[in-house]
Write a protein that binds this ligand. Structure first.
Ligand code: ZN
Ligand code: ZN
Length: 485
């Protein structure tokens, strides 16, 4: 068989002088896991990000259409003589940013977009009088739906109207699924104190202390330890009505006395009132200690308004679909086209297909156990990175160069194993993975190591050893070598 000499087997970097790199030449094998190691400041990032990623992304942008490119910032050419055979590069951040409260596995992976579209276009919608109308092409045609039971004409909700981070948000919790309520157990932290001594904490910090005087007027003993108060007295403190009482008061600075009508704010309401007036972080800090977080009773934590939870697809609502583990949801989506009328099936297939493509990638990355409603803030760093990887590989399956900056940071040893499996998946799909690493587990399991050094800063910027882990372990020049043995 004739050998094809045209296929490049490595990225060839010649004369790299980015940052502290000392005019170095280095070959980076393609389609392998390559670890760039070395002490800090040795030039690892300069090589991986400054040369490989910079050149790869510059070429990637050049390859995009002019229209798209115009809207992106052009990466500057790296300070290097020549970089040959560098594939389009994507850099993945070491720690994906801390996700916001409205970020979920579903929103982060864009699976929820497809699912909402399914629900808007393909579901059985509820008329204003509560009847369910079978799925109809009218929705896709932007026409109103006719209810055969009550003759009502109504519009189906758009995908946007089914979004909890948009118009579909539960009005009580604003689409977070969580409400903050007063935690009564925090209101009187020390029951050995009397009210006069400051037993009721919110009256001390959030309200004028004359609430004590009003409570006294209402029949609460304020000069005995709080723990001695009767149930009735306690009830007045925590839940007493907002009555007006005439109180004689003395101005602390001028000493002048007067009397005025004051409305009673019980301890609970004192906190609620302060919460409603919170304007900034500092104000929130003062109120926060009296609050507890709980599942929103209105939406049951689904984040969705009643209207957004109304449509039914294969008999279930959008929020119910979002509680299924992805591996199960995939099977459910498979059955969606058959659940709609014949004439809607081509459209159904196309919407479901886009869902399945993304879902398959996530399953390949071992995330099939996550449900779409899972709050992104509760995912581990490893899970978030895999989500990020899935997004990165969405459109390209081959020939991509991934440059990762310490992906193992914050991972448990077990997650590091998974990460390595993920890298292998990418390699199997034809990609090249370059990782800047300190973690020996990752370095040891790489296909190839480039050891930078020998020192940091001016003392670095050279390749001191390179090759397979075994080769580097036997190279006396390598700093990493002694750890690999
Ligand atoms: Zn109806
Ligand atoms: Zn809610």
């Amino acid at each position: 068989m004739k050998q094809n000499h045209q296929v490049p087997v490595c990225i060839k970097v010649r004369g790299a002088r980015v940052h502290n790199l000392k005019n170095i030449d280095v070959d980076i094998p393609l389609n392998q896991i390559v670890a760039v190691a070395g002490v800090s400041g040795s030039g690892k990032s300069s090589l991986a990000l400054g040369v490989l990623y910079a050149e790869g992304s510059r070429r990637y942008l050049e390859a995009l259409s002019t229209y798209t490119r115009r809207r992106m910032t052009q990466a500057a050419k790296a300070h290097v003589d020549e970089v040959l055979y560098v594939p389009a590069a994507l850099a993945l951040h070491q720690r994906p940013g801390v996700p916001g409260i409205r970020s979920t596995f579903g929103t982060g992976t864009e699976l929820l977009n497809s699912l909402r579209l399914m629900y808007s276009r393909l579901a059985s919608h509820r008329c204003p009088n509560g009847h369910y109308v079978p799925p109809t092409l009218a929705v896709a045609a932007d026409q109103s739906i006719h209810c055969p039971e009550c003759d009502a004409e109504f519009m189906a909700p758009s995908a946007e109207e089914l979004a909890f981070n948009s118009q579909g948000a539960c009005p009580d919790c604003g689409g977070t699924g969580i409400v903050r309520t007063v935690d009564e157990s925090t209101l009187v932290p020390d029951e050995s104190l009397s009210i006069d001594e400051g037993a009721v904490a919110p009256w001390q910090t959030l309200m004028w202390s004359l609430m004590k005087d009003i409570a006294r007027e209402m029949g609460v003993r304020t000069d005995v330890p709080f723990r001695e108060l009767t149930a009735k007295e306690r009830d007045i403190v925590f839940h007493g009505p907002a009555v007006k009482k005439n109180i004689i008061y003395q101005n602390k600075t001028s000493g002048a006395a007067g009397d005025m009508d004051f409305t009673y704010f019980n301890a609970t309401y004192t906190v609620e009132n302060a919460l409603s007036k919170v304007k900034d972080e500092k104000g929130m800090k003062r109120v926060e200690k009296f609050l507890k977080q709980g599942v929103c009773p209105h939406c049951g934590g689904t984040r969705l308004s009643d209207a957004a939870r109304a449509p039914r697809l294969r008999g279930i609502s959008l929020d119910e679909a979002c509680t299924m583990p992805l591996s199960e949801l995939v099977g459910w989506v498979k059955g969606v086209p058959a659940s709609v009328p014949e004439e809607m099936r081509p459209m159904a297939h196309s919407i479901c297909q886009s869902f399945q493509t993304v879902a398959k990638r996530l399953m390949d990355l071992g995330l099939g156990y996550l449900s779409l409603d899972r709050a992104a803030s509760t995912l581990s760093t490893g899970e978030r990175q895999r989500m990020q990887l899935a997004r990165a590989v969405r459109n390209r399956t081959t020939g991509v160069l991934y440059v990762l900056d310490e992906p193992s940071i914050g991972l448990h040893p077990l997650d590091v194993r998974t990460l390595l499996c993920v890298f292998q998946t990418l390699i199997d799909h034809g990609a090249t993975v370059v990782v800047i690493e300190h973690d020996l587990d990752v370095i040891r399991n790489a296909d190839y190591i480039i050891d930078m050094g020998p020192g940091g800063g001016e003392a670095g910027g050279r390749v001191v050893a390179s090759g397979t882990p075994r080769e580097v372990a036997e190279n006396p020049n390598s700093i990493t070598e002694r750890y690999l043995k």
